[in-house]
Design a protein around this ligand. Structure first.
Ligand code: PSV
Ligand code: MN
Length: 386
């Protein structure tokens, strides 16, 4: 059993977000931190550092245009030289004045064209970077009843998605993320998994849904969504983070480790942890007040801990209790696993892999934080509004 658990954990992969290494904040204030990367190259250096101490984070997601460079093959080489690779390409059609009334659903055909062209340009980036996944998130929606025609906006969305889908090569995927609210407050054009699922279904096998754990109403049963989408082979990726109130983008597993465990249980049950399962496990987080690199290391470890707990569930006993209709027995098996301290197991596994058993302490001792603080002086720190 331990070897099975360890093997699954050895194979696990967690992708970190380039923007998580940059300055970020709320709409009230972006707090600058020292040593923050100034370029996509420096973001990759930080991502490689997270991988160096965790051993399970070998890819980094890029966000276009935040991570625009002249030569993506060169950026890819920079990553490879540091033991990591470029991952999912995230499209950004939400930070241009033209997009005030929407991007691909904008009532103005000129703006729709501009937005769709950006998405197509993201596929060009993928061709150069070797990334296979295009992640789409739209801030599109309306603030006031009557502001625009809800159904016409769905038609515009479908049309743009179709055009981009047709541009994908056979080894590329389109991942469509949803979000309940914000920045639009009355209707979002892709507010929930059902809307995303329906569009992906219409598009075809290369379109799948992204679950961002922070993008639901309070109390939403996210593991149900996971189970449903896995069954339909439509779960493409996770954006992991934690929320208390809205899209807080806090460290995954920080607000509700039990929810993360329940999600990972669905993943383990469906054997979807393996890299060839087609589910990509990404972080989508912002570290506004805490140091970024150790926060990302902590996040990776939180995912590992939830996964390990899901893996130690006594699947036989659980299935038997379920067959017997033994409500309390089944719940007890489930809770036993959740309450297991898996940290010694993970520490042992890391030592076996030549890693420090305590990645955060090892990072602290490494001198990397001091080095980037000394080196990254001058220039403009990456981030929004910093
Ligand atoms: C939007 O809130 C989101 O979750 C999308 O994934 C974006 O790509 C990301 O955050 C960064 O803004
Ligand atoms: Mn997200």
């Amino acid at each position: 059993m331990t070897e099975r658990v360890k093997q699954a954990l050895r194979e696990q992969r967690i992708e970190t977000p380039s923007w998580g290494y940059a300055n970020s904040g709320t709409r009230f204030k972006v707090f600058r931190q020292e040593g923050v990367p100034r370029t996509p190259y420096e973001k990759i250096d930080d991502a490689a550092t997270v991988h160096r101490f965790t051993g399970v984070a070998p890819t980094v997601s890029l966000h276009i245009p935040w991570d625009v460079v002249d030569d993506y093959a060169d950026l890819g080489k920079h990553a490879a030289d540091r033991g990591v690779a470029l991952g999912v390409i995230n499209s950004n059609v939400f930070q241009d004045d033209d997009y005030m009334l929407g991007s691909v659903t904008n009532p103005d055909p000129r703006v729709r064209r501009k937005a769709t062209d950006h998405l197509l340009a993201c596929v060009d980036v993928m061709d150069q970077s070797g990334s296979t996944d295009l992640k789409l998130w739209f801030s599109d929606g309306t603030n006031y009843p009557g502001q625009d025609n809800i159904r016409a906006r769905q038609d515009r969305l479908a049309e743009a998605l179709q055009e981009v889908y047709a541009r994908l090569s056979s080894d590329q995927r389109m991942l469509l993320e949803y979000k309940l609210f914000e920045p639009a407050f009355y209707t979002m054009d892709v507010p929930d998994w059902g809307t995303s699922y329906a569009h992906c279904l219409a598009l075809g096998d290369q379109a799948q849904v992204v679950i961002d754990t922070g993008h639901h109403a309070p109390g939403t049963n996210i593991e149900f969504i996971v189970a449903f989408l896995l069954r339909a082979a439509k779960l493409g990726a996770f954006d992991f983070n934690s929320r208390f109130y809205a899209d807080d983008d806090l460290m995954v597993g920080a607000a509700d480790p039990f929810q993360l465990f329940r999600i990972m249980h669905e993943i383990v049950q469906a054997d979807a942890l393996k890299q060839d399962s087609g589910v990509t496990f990404m972080l989508d987080q912002c570290h506004n007040i805490e140091p970024k690199i150790p926060a990302i290391i902590r996040s990776v470890m939180n995912v590992q801990e939830a996964t390990a707990k899901a893996l130690v569930i006594d699947a036989e006993a659980l299935a038997q209790a379920q067959r017997d209709g033994d409500v309390l027995g089944a719940n007890a098996v489930f809770m036993d696993a959740f309450q297991t301290d898996v940290r010694p197991l993970l520490a042992e596994l890391r030592e076996e892999q030549g890693l420090d058993p305590d990645p955060i302490a090892a990072y602290g001792r490494s001198g990397y934080a001091e080095q980037i603080r000394a080196d990254r002086v001058g220039g403009e720190a990456a981030g929004w509004g910093a």
